[in-house]
Design a protein around this ligand. Structure first.
Ligand SMILES: [Zn+2]
Length: 142
């Protein structure tokens, strides 16, 4: 049940919602809602003690993933940029880059503090993969 608390710092009342009522009903990052995001470029699936790097396709979303990476639908950087450079009045250059979302766990409640060491190891491996790929793109862009 919601309740009202007094905020003594700001001298006002605040409505507090219990944790379970603040959880989104249709979280786009949770398993089963893959269609709410861009297609994954990597879906890491643990199977028979092996890690498989799979990828969504338009007619097949990978399920049972443990880590999922996809392009942001609202990227702050882009590879499709104007060649707009300037030194005056202020320095300016195109915001070139790739903006990915890394879903580090399939469990909505998980936090950085509760993710297992094995899962952290998987996260680091998959981030290293992405970094290696980005470095190959850096060469071709220059
Ligand atoms: Zn979620």
């Amino acid at each position: 049940m919601n309740h009202i608390r007094s905020d003594y710092d700001q001298n006002k009342l605040t409505i507090i919602l219990p944790n379970d009522e603040t959880k989104p009903i249709n979280c786009s990052l949770c398993p089963g809602n893959e269609n709410m995001t861009n297609l994954s470029i990597v879906s890491l699936v643990a199977k028979d003690g092996m890690l498989q790097r799979l990828q969504d396709s338009a007619d097949n979303y990978i399920i049972n993933w443990t880590i999922r990476i996809f392009e942001s639908s609202n990227p702050v950087v882009s590879t499709k940029v104007d060649e707009l450079y300037s030194d005056s009045p202020l320095y300016m250059e195109p915001a070139y880059g790739y903006h990915y979302i890394v879903v580090a766990s399939s469990k909505h409640e998980e936090t950085f503090a509760t993710i297992s060491i094995e899962q952290w190891s998987n996260i680091i491996v998959i981030l290293q993969d992405r970094l290696r790929w980005l470095y190959t793109k850096k060469k071709s862009h220059m």
